[in-house]
Design a protein around this ligand. Structure first.
Ligand code: ADP
Ligand code: MG
Length: 447
């Protein structure tokens, strides 16, 4: 589809049988989409490619200082951690080149996207709901107020005495529990603690991570929650005017019992009973309403146990890493295209997932060190059902495992007739991969 046809579809104007030699009227240009991403985004490329495929004009807004943005020819360098300042810059930009939609590619971009959209009057989640979907304490508070069952939770200052906090948790009878940062993702800093000693160690470790990341001690808190046992699923959805469409429900077949919560395998469709799946969708829908989320993608995680279906979190963005690669809707429409179509008001295809069962393995980092070599990628790629193997970690670069690390070694993708077949293909591929990781040499400076 070219830009002209697209403009007709979006703005509802009849196509002129005799194209005028005059410059196009302002509203006949292709829709212009601001894509907001971090510099290490796994997904900005996929969104930009999908946008160009739709004939949209893409403006990339990256979390970069102005000078670096200029150097890399990024049109808008923004500080995504300061949503209002980012909005000032985007509004100034839009005065010259009007923006028709804003899409947050990564978690860290959702607050700035909401602030920009609010200032430009574009349909989007409002800033308060974006905050509720980003900050785990605000989320738990709003969910509880909205009648969504939540585990016991309380936030403590990062500067609190861990032993005193542990005593309070013990008095509340909340062991086992998890400690977690309010605004990180990918399970960074999320640690299970079963007793007082484990709690003191976990709290200290999450505190160290937050402080080393540069979070100001006086304004930073750590959330403590009751540990919810059970199996875990992830729901990928799209909200339009507050109505949720479930795009895919993924089982996470590897146990996630802690102490760290490394994501590995996702497989869709889910093998849970249909009534449980319906309850999961309904729970996510209620949760979105409780947070005030109304537009765009949601990625939710839930745990299911004998006491019901529990929401771990709901984020106002789509699935991370390269996982969206395995999703296809209607006639070959990818998740990024679906999200962009929604953002600019283009008709959505039949949104049910199409194709066989599909799975993705996020290849975990087994230990800290320097990645020196990768072997077996060819053999892994040849496992029947495997559709791709992508090693994203860089050779000779340091690897940091959870709970501090923020990346994977790479991804394996698979398709099969059944979810069990897709899962088996991923496991077989993983067995064929091997990574040489040398210990990092600690450099000490002696005087
Ligand atoms: N209260 C809890 N009970 C059990 N497991 C939890 C709990 N909170 C988090 N987890 C586990 O830790 C993982 C990461 O926590 P989450 O709150 O989703 O943070 P993140 O934003 O880093 O993904 C979850 O997917 C889940 O496996
Ligand atoms: Mg999560």
């Amino acid at each position: 589809m070219d830009g002209q046809q697209l403009a007709v579809a979006v703005h509802g104007e009849p196509a002129s049988p005799n194209p005028s030699p005059q410059p196009p009227a302002p509203n006949s240009r292709p829709p212009r989409v601001l894509l907001l991403a971090g510099p290490a985004s796994y997904r900005a490329g996929a969104f930009a490619t999908a946008a160009r495929g739709l004939g949209l004009e893409v403006v990339l807004g990256m979390d970069l200082p102005e000078t670096l943005a200029e150097y890399w020819h990024v049109p808008l360098g923004l500080d995504l951690t300061r949503p209002e300042a980012a909005a000032d810059k985007a509004v100034a930009f839009a005065a010259g080149r009007p923006l028709d939609a804003v899409v947050a590619v990564d978690d860290g971009a959702t607050l700035a996207a909401a602030a920009i959209a609010a200032r430009l009057g574009l349909p989007h989640n409002d800033p308060a709901s974006a905050l509720a979907a980003r900050d785990k304490l605000v989320m738990r508070t709003r969910l509880a107020a909205g009648g969504v069952p939540v585990p016991w939770f309380r936030a403590f200052p990062v500067t609190a005495d861990p032993a005193a906090v542990a005593a309070e948790v013990l008095a509340e009878g909340v062991f086992p529990c998890v400690v977690k940062p309010l605004r990180l993702s990918g399970s960074r800093g999320v640690i299970r603690a079963d007793d007082v000693a484990g709690f003191v160690a976990a709290f200290g470790r999450t505190r160290r991570l937050l402080l080393e990341d540069g979070h100001p001690p006086a304004q930073t808190q750590i959330l403590v929650e009751e540990y919810l046992p059970g199996v875990e699923v992830a729901l990928e959805g799209l909200l339009t005017g507050g109505t949720l469409r479930t795009l895919a429900l993924f089982d996470k077949p590897d146990p996630l019992d802690g102490p760290f919560f490394e994501e590995t395998i996702y497989v869709t469709p889910s093998r849970l009973p249909a009534d449980t799946q319906a309850t999961i969708s309904a729970r996510v829908s209620t949760a979105a309403a409780a947070l005030g989320l109304r537009e765009g993608p949601v990625h939710a995680e839930l745990r299911i146990n004998d006491h019901g279906v529990w929401l771990i979190e709901i984020a106002g963005r789509s699935i991370g890493g390269l996982c969206a690669t395995i999703l296809e809707f209607g006639a070959g429409v990818g998740l990024e295209e679906l999200i962009l179509r929604h953002a600019v008001g283009l008709p959505l295809p039949e949104t049910g997932r199409t194709g066989e069962a599909a799975g993705v393995l996020m290849i975990p980092i087994p230990k800290a060190g320097i990645l020196r070599g990768v072997s077996g990628t060819g053999e892994a790629a040849q496992v029947p059902g495997v559709t791709g193997v992508e090693i994203t970690a860089k050779l000779n670069h340091p690897l940091v495992p959870l709970p501090e690390g923020a990346s994977y070694l790479g991804f394996v993708f698979a398709k099969a007739a059944t979810p069990a077949g897709a899962e088996a293909a991923l496991r077989a591929a993983h067995e064929r991969l091997s990574f040489r990781i040398d210990p990092a040499i600690a450099l000490t400076v002696s005087r």
